[in-house]
Design a protein around this ligand. Structure first.
Ligand code: PLP
Length: 752
């Protein structure tokens, strides 16, 4: 069962609202403008719903029109206010010069203000009203500017944090101001009484889908006497306030929701909602003891919790919750895909890590005790899963997933090489963002840290190796002297059980650039090459001290030591290629092929590089500010596979390899796709451990299909592309991931 905790983004449609919509489509399908009986019945329905809305909103007077949603309501309100200001100016009146909106307002508000301000050529000054650390408006700031404001927009409650505005205090701050006042009531509907009749609010937009009505229906209240200009002109529907044949199914469904509000019994009261939120909050704190709430609960809607967990990104938490079939959102729904910091939390002045890793959990007032209890149980299970993966503090434990793990932060790669038997490990190219996480992981898994190595010194910042060593000082093996890159001066190689690390100087990117060569019992297995080779690019040679000759010579030297298929593990990976090898790079990069073909002296190398730069255009290089980025993509046919295509592939290859690339903490919580295919070979290799398995897959017979899947299809696409690029062309990604792999799709696929 899905536990849907994203009600501030949208809600499911209430059963009685669905029934009302179906009736409006199947039986009462008339056009309310028609004067025959069918039309009259539709007119009667819309009149009834409007009357109900007026009662629920306490808006007996003024306009109350049905819209497609809040965004349309906001447009209509802003257009109305701004047209009136323009008309006054055209009549020669002096008009106020400011348009104000709360800094945490939904984007629909400031974007509409800017849009209509520009379109109507008003040139007014659009300013954000600052908010305090509690998310509430700075009333002193507003009081000072209110006399010059033509329109003030403030939300009743915030969609990300749930913070409820102090509407009475805002009203007082606006006393004596000539401003029109828009209050965005979207998140308040059914949760807070706006008392429209007794307040000076001029415009209040609402969206039905935030309270169990379908998407596509909303309402706009306009105070009697407030300026009004229709956004849509045409057939004169809605008393010419909003032309276009009415969305009767939506109106009917919204009517059913309003009736539920009026009748009581469907939605929980405020005390119950608060009790539920407390239960959820306690479950969250139990699951993630370091969690911080990003908004004071006492000031927030009782249905919203916004939190961050130190060291855990919102993407990680979303993946984790989703694996447990719990839907939450990162920051606000609209910007969740981009994983940008939340501007709402930024406006509240919260620290950067909190604004960048926020998660919002919101439920609707139609929830019940059983739902909340199940939600709490799943949240606790998520916490256990992270503890079992050593991602939140837990009892020390020795887990098996040793080997090679890659971490990536903004394109920079860090590797943890760990040996299960000896419990010794090495970190290559540590990153400051990972210090805490790595320290927790090593402590929890009882590793001894044999070395922290950098592949080169950095021009602009210090390595975080010292920071990591200090964080896990009790786990460090040996206290002997180290070279500046962290290599123990007295060691020829570093041993981790059966694994051995050696080093090879490869000056070029910097004078001290070094490759670390990883050997196992079978020989050279991989090389950590830092910035000397980047997948799809030559590597960086942008430092003054790196003469092209040194760089070219280092590439040649590397080519003499590593084989064409040895995995090269880069210091940066901007295109999710994970790893490369010289055979692939030779194919992808003509210049590398020429360098490795031998015979290019310094001048030849510089000339070839200049030629390439000219051919490719400098922008190719400037994107990364590096001297030799070639970025030639190996184009291949689509790697996406629909469930039906997977079925066709299965018919040909019943023993294909199906790989779950989700992280272990997700795999533990979630189900694998159910396939009626007994011979399929299942593997679980998290994307972060892909490097570990690449050699095995590359050694498969060429016709063997490898199909990757994950939660949404992104990580599996990366895995498929990386494997294809390295030479195994029959690699695919299950498109849409488990999110689209619903039982019915599964059955359809199996039946196909
Ligand atoms: N205002 C607030 C506070 C919201 O939360 C939303 C939706 O998230 C909107 C406005 C826009 O509503 P819609 O997308 O339904 O038009």
């Amino acid at each position: 069962m899905e536990i849907y905790l994203d009600a501030n983004a949208t809600t499911p449609v209430l059963a009685q609202a669905r029934e009302a919509a179906v009736a409006a489509m199947a039986e009462e399908y008339g056009n309310p403008s028609s004067i025959h009986s069918t039309g009259l019945r539709a007119r009667s329905l819309i009149d009834d719903v409007r009357a109900r809305a007026r009662r629920v909103l306490d808006a007996p007077t003024g306009r109350l029109l049905f819209t497609s949603g809040a965004t349309e309501g906001i447009q209509t309100a802003v257009l109305s206010a701004l047209v009136s200001l323009r008309d006054r100016r055209e009549r020669g009146e002096a008009i106020p010069g400011l348009l104000l909106y709360g800094a945490t307002e939904h984007k629909a508000v400031p974007e509409s203000l800017r849009h209509w301000n520009a379109l109507l050529e008003l040139g007014l000054d659009v300013q954000a009203i600052p908010v305090g650390p509690d998310g509430r408006h700075d009333l002193a700031w507003l009081r000072e500017r209110a006399p010059q404001a033509g329109l003030v927009c403030t939300m009743a409650a915030n969609n990300e944090t749930g913070i409820v505005s102090d509407i009475d205090a805002l009203e007082q701050a606006l006393a004596g101001s000539p401003a029109l006042w828009l209050v965005d009531g979207v998140q308040a509907l059914g949760k807070l009484a706006l008392r429209l009749a007794s307040r000076r609010i001029d415009y209040a937009p609402f969206s039905g889908h935030k309270l169990y009505a379908p998407k596509g229906i909303g309402m706009l209240y306009v105070r009697e006497g407030a300026p009004f200009t229709p956004l849509l002109a045409g057939g004169g529907q809605e008393s010419a306030q909003r032309s276009g044949t009415e969305n009767m199914a939506g109106v009917a469904a919204l009517g059913a929701v309003l009736q539920a509000l009026e009748d009581g019994g469907t939605f929980a009261d405020a005390a119950t909602l608060r009790a539920w939120r407390n239960e959820l909050g306690a479950a969250l704190l139990e699951a993630f003891p370091a969690l911080v709430f990003n908004a004071p609960p006492a000031l927030a809607l009782p249905t919203t919790l916004n939190f961050s967990v130190p060291g855990l990104s919102s993407k990680l938490l979303l993946d984790l919750f989703d694996a447990a079939d719990v839907r939450v959102s990162g920051g606000s729904a609209c910007s969740a895909a981009k994983a940008q910091p939340s501007y709402v939390l930024q406006a509240m002045g919260l620290p950067e890590w909190q604004t960048a890793s926020a998660v919002r959990l919101s439920f609707g007032p139609a929830a019940d005790d059983a739902f909340i209890a199940e939600a709490c149980a799943r949240i606790r299970a998520c916490g256990r899963s992270l503890r079992d993966s050593c991602l939140v503090p837990s009892e020390p434990k020795a887990l098996p997933p040793d080997g090679l793990t890659r971490f990536i932060v903004d394109g920079a790669c860090c590797y943890l090489l760990a040996d299960a038997a000896s419990r010794r490990c090495v970190v290559v190219d540590p990153l400051p963002e990972l210090t805490e996480r790595l320290a927790g992981l090593l402590r929890c898994q009882r590793y001894t840290l044999a070395a922290v190595l950098d592949t080169h010194s950095h021009g602009d910042h210090a390595s975080s190796a010292g920071e990591l060593r200090a964080a896990v000082s009790e786990l460090i093996d040996g206290a002997g002297p180290l070279d500046p890159l962290g290599w123990p001066l007295d060691a020829r190689e570093i041993a981790l059980g059966a694994l051995r690390l050696g080093r090879l100087p490869v000056p070029g990117h910097t004078l001290d650039s070094t490759a670390y060569l990883l050997h196992d019992a079978d020989g050279l297995r991989a090389a950590f090459v830092g910035d000397t080779v980047m997948p799809g690019a030559l590597g960086r040679s942008d430092f003054a001290q790196s003469a092209p000759l040194a760089f070219g010579a280092s590439l040649l030297k590397l080519a003499q030591v590593v084989g064409p298929a040895t995995l090269l593990l880069p210091g940066h990976d901007y295109d999710d290629r994970f790893a490369s090898n010289l055979a692939t790079e030779r194919r992808a990069q003509p210049l590398l092929a020429r360098v490795l073909g031998g015979g290019l002296d310094a001048a030849g190398f510089a000339a070839a590089k200049a030629e390439l730069e000219r051919d490719l255009g400098l922008s190719t290089y400037s994107t990364l500010a590096c001297g030799a980025r070639v970025d030639v993509r190996v184009e291949t046919a689509s790697q996406d596979l629909t469930p039906a295509q997977l079925q066709a592939l299965l018919a040909q290859h019943p023993d294909l390899l199906l790989v779950d690339v989700r992280e272990p903490y997700e795999q533990r919580l979630g189900q694998a796709p159910r396939l009626d295919a007994p011979r399929v070979r299942h593997q679980a290799i998290a994307l972060s451990q892909l490097l570990q398995a690449l050699p095995e897959w590359l050694a498969l017979p060429a016709p063997t299909p490898v199909v990757f899947y994950c939660r949404s299809g992104n990580r599996s696409a990366q895995a498929a592309e990386a494997l294809r690029r390295l030479g195994h062309e029959r690699a695919w990604s299950l498109s849409g991931g488990l999110a689209l792999w619903r039982p019915e799709t599964r059955e359809a696929a199996v039946a196909a």
